[in-house]
Design a protein around this ligand. Structure first.
Ligand code: SAM
Length: 329
């Protein structure tokens, strides 16, 4: 098992399939985009499936989430998902996506065994979407969400990041809309992971603020606090339920003590934390002929070095050199 020195066991693997994205969300990257990884540095579909298989068969991974960048941009996605769901023991397989292209891909992904999706949507207003993501693709995201629901990729979860003065007035309307559509909304605090290093504590809309913004329109009661386990979202029943909303206070309400995640970047680096400043290279030894056992050993060693917490509140905190899009959110 992927056990760290504090006794936490990583069972949830986040795999970035590409660092490229077709949006430019301001909390993630600059409008002009980034220097994407050269293709030769990206893991091939074969290499991805090999590492995921090692994770599942040898290291106790029970959940695999494909992300990016934008995972729907990866041509082999349906094949990778199908080969992942064919593993024994069968892991839960999900996708975090901006939803652009999901209208076309939801059915083939469901047929490949994908269990569910998280779709990012920060606003109900196409003009605000364009301002925030620098692309006029709001309608594509809405269509992608509907297609995911239609293909049975449920529960369809929606991820929203609120930005002060941009979309923070939309907290309650977003929740109302998601409830009406049957989607489960989760607000994520903005984290210092943008390529431009523009994050500031003052600019961040905190979990407390999000709950205050919602409580003007909804009656929220804590749900399953006992059962939260390693789930990052604190969940609340809305107006007595059954609808729920989640708030992920990664910065102000960190959940590192219960973290069960480990990440694999699109260029084959194991990261034991979103905020890790060190990575462990699996791609180079794999391409040099390492056996599955040797790769598993390296992976175990990488996880054993996981720090107690992300340390954002520590004066010595250093933002990782890779932005969110290159780590895999
Ligand atoms: N492109 C996909 C998407 O949009 O969901 C997957 C990758 S994206 C990096 C994954 C999630 O990270 C999205 O929900 C996005 O809103 C969130 N995200 C990106 N940068 C963030 C930041 N600085 N703080 C908090 N969440 C962030």
């Amino acid at each position: 098992m992927l056990r760290d020195s504090f006794g936490r066991v990583a069972t949830d693997l986040r795999v970035s399939l590409t660092d490229k994205c077709n949006l430019r969300c301001t909390y993630c990257m600059p409008p002009e985009g980034l220097d994407w990884l050269p293709n030769a540095q990206l893991l091939t579909a074969e290499e991805i499936v090999r590492l995921v298989t090692i994770g599942v068969e040898r290291l106790g991974i029970t959940e695999v989430r494909y992300t990016g960048g934008e995972p729907l941009l990866r041509r082999e996605l349906v094949d990778i998902v199908g080969r992942t769901t064919a593993l024994t023991p069968r892991p839960q397989v999900s996708l975090t996506t901006n939803g652009i292209g999901l209208a076309r891909l939801a059915e083939p992904l469901a047929a490949a065994g994908l269990d569910r999706v998280n779709v990012s949507l920060d606003t109900l207003d196409p003009a605000t979407f364009k301002r925030l993501a620098h692309r006029d693709r709001h309608a594509d995201v809405i269509a992608g969400l509907a297609a995911a629901d239609g293909a049975g990729l449920r529960p369809v979860k929606v991820n929203a990041v609120l930005m002060r003065g941009v979309n923070d007035h939309e907290a309650a309307p977003l929740l109302r809309w998601c409830i009406d559509q049957g989607y489960e909304l989760r607000f994520i605090e903005q984290m210092p992971l943008d390529a431009q290093h523009g994050w500031s504590r003052e600019g961040m809309v905190t979990a407390d603020e999000i709950l205050r913004l919602l409580s003007g329109s909804f009656d929220l009661t804590p749900d399953d606090l006992e059962e939260r386990g390693s789930a990052p979202a604190e969940r609340f029943l809305v107006d007595g339920g059954p609808a729920r909303v989640g708030v992920i206070g990664s910065v102000t309400r960190p959940f590192c003590g219960a973290c069960d995640r480990v990440r694999l970047t699109a260029d084959g680096q194991v990261r034991n934390c979103l905020f890790a400043t060190e990575e462990s290279d699996l791609k180079t030894p794999m391409r040099a002929g390492a056996s599955d056992e040797e790769l598993a050993e390296r992976w175990l060693a990488a996880v054993s070095r996981k720090r107690a917490g992300h340390g954002i509140d520590d004066p010595s905190f250093l933002q990782p050199s890779r932005p969110m899009s290159a780590i895999g959110g």
